[in-house]
Design a binder for this molecule. Structure first.
Ligand SMILES: Cc1cc2nc3c(=O)[nH]c(=O)nc-3n(C[C@H](O)[C@H](O)[C@H](O)COP(=O)(O)O)c2cc1C
Ligand SMILES: [Mn+2]
Length: 481
């Protein structure tokens, strides 16, 4: 049964023993961060702060902070199921994921999850004057102020009319004004640019805070442009998302959201945003970003404010990222069949390092896999790609280090790219958004690749001997272990 809203998810977490209700008075200024940081790093529970100091609206943090909770959120045993369902819905062999989702053959199943309009909208129950009533966190000491960290930002493509929902943090400037941190590679930024190019002075924006888990996840997912996140949310939930018409802008929002902000972003107005303690583990320095002017605020009766704290990994967003890694793997494998598995280690902040295993069938195929990663959606921003053979478990870093250090010759097996698009949060880039890339081919080398002898066999015991030892291992085991 799909979660209708955030509240149903919270109830389920409670029933599963996954929720801690904090009755202490805790300040949303820094104190909640310290508690969330200690909790997530220890694999602890979701946190419902019932008495935020100075506010009467509870705060939910760390809802997705473990693998188990992320799976409960998306109602799957394995994240791959979602990608596999997408592929199995295909009626032809598309040459790309975009073809797949937009093409003729697609996906009656996906299309059947178009959001369902309703006029019964809890998110519109109560009108509010300003953001000041919400316990919005100041996360880290050097943050420029309070930041809304889990907003689902909804815009309409000024050319095609397609709707996008992306998660872009919002710095609170005052009760009716925030920053709009859509980075240049993101669809919100693309809609903004198209609006400016058309000479329209502003773009309408709606923001939902506190949504059902599938919708929240979908807003963070690297879907191709033009693929509706709200439809994807319905696909994940296996039930259409209920949306309702905004009151002051021409957009639809999740009807059961806790809080809705309506407003606009002007073409010619930029303001310094940040610093912000970011998911790279560093403060992202101040940079000019567009400004969101809020014209209308509504919320449910007794709303819940949903937030996350990012910082030095691992933090809660690690599990949103890991879900993405797993969900999109089947699709990446469809497009690039040599790829077997992929690990985007949390410590690499997802864009900094990808470890990919391949089944090599022809010379140079490891290089092809690198170029595939660098040519695929948001993976194109990946700074370092390491390619190993499929006898290596990419999720076991010790095995990866063994394979990489033993199987690559730095003089021959390195690919260095000239400055190329990089994540806006790549602090090492000499020029923001532009940096080199490194590929390491750590596959076993072949004669056809210029290696002038046979690759040595790995040291392994005979299966027959293992079987013989298995027979009496239990008697010895307790002595030796
Ligand atoms: C907690 C969290 C915060 C994020 N904050 C931002 C942000 O401030 N700016 C941004 O461009 N992307 C941010 N992202 C990543 C985007 O949500 C992600 O790239 C998403 O795919 C963007 O949607 P789009 O492809 O429709 O633009 C954040 C992701 C998470 C999980
Ligand atoms: Mn998008």
């Amino acid at each position: 049964m799909a979660y209708e809203d955030l509240r149903e998810f919270i109830s389920m977490l409670d029933a599963e023993g996954e929720l801690a209700r904090i009755k202490h008075e805790v300040s949303p200024v820094l104190e909640m961060t310290e508690i969330a940081d200690r909790t997530v790093k220890a694999g602890g529970k979701a946190l419902l702060f019932e008495k935020p100091k100075g506010y009467d609206i509870p705060v939910l943090l760390n809802a997705f902070g473990t693998e188990r909770r992320m799976k409960l959120a998306l109602e799957v045993e394995r994240f791959e199921e979602i990608g596999e369902r997408l592929l199995s819905a295909l009626e032809f062999k598309p040459s790309s994921f975009v073809d797949a989702l937009k093409g003729v053959g697609m996906l009656k199943e996906f299309m059947s999850f178009i959001p369902k309009k309703t006029s019964k909208a809890p998110c519109k129950e109560v009108e509010a004057e300003s953001l000041d009533k919400f316990p919005i966190l100041k996360c880290w000491p050097k943050d420029a102020g309070r930041f809304i960290t889990l907003p689902v930002v909804i815009t309409k493509d000024p050319e095609t009319g397609e709707i996008n929902a992306g998660m872009y943090r919002m710095q609170v400037f005052d009760g009716k004004t925030t920053g709009m941190h859509w980075q240049i590679h993101k669809h919100g930024a693309e809609h903004f640019r198209k609006m400016a190019e058309k000479g329209e002075g502003k773009i309408e924006v709606a923001v939902a805070i506190g949504v059902d888990p599938a919708t929240l996840y979908a807003a963070t997912a690297p879907l191709p442009a033009g693929i509706s996140e709200l439809m994807f949310a319905g696909f994940i939930r296996r039930e259409r998302l209920k949306v309702t018409e905004c009151e002051t802008v021409d957009l639809f929002v999740p009807a059961n959201a806790e809080i809705i902000l309506e407003g606009y972003v002007k073409a010619d107005e930029f303001r310094m945003e940040g610093p912000f303690g970011d998911h790279t583990g560093y403060y992202t320095p101040p940079e000019p970003y567009p400004v969101f002017h809020i014209t209308h605020i509504t919320h449910r009766e007794n709303p819940i404010y949903h937030a996350t704290v990012v910082g030095k990994p691992p933090m809660e967003d690690a599990w949103l990222g890991k879900a993405t890694e797993r969900i999109f793997l089947p699709i990446i494998r469809m497009m690039h069949p040599e790829i077997v598995d992929m690990n985007l280690p949390v410590e690499g902040a997802f864009h900094n390092l990808a470890i990919v295993s391949i089944r090599k069938r022809y010379p140079g195929q490891a290089k092809k896999a690198m170029y595939a990663i660098w040519g695929t959606g948001m993976l194109s921003l990946t700074k370092v790609v390491v390619v190993v053979d499929d006898d290596v478990n990419v999720h076991d870093i010790r095995e990866v280090i063994w394979a990489v250090t033993s199987r690559f010759d730095p003089a021959r097996d390195v690919v260095l790219l000239p400055p190329s698009p990089t994540d806006s949060l790549d602090h090492a880039a000499y020029i923001p958004n532009l940096a080199g890339k490194l590929g390491i081919d750590a596959t076993k080398k072949w004669k056809e690749e210029g290696y002038n002898r046979e690759w040595p066999d790995a040291v392994e015991m005979d299966a027959e001997v293992k079987r013989r030892v298995d027979e009496f291992w239990n008697k010895i085991k307790n002595m030796v272990l």
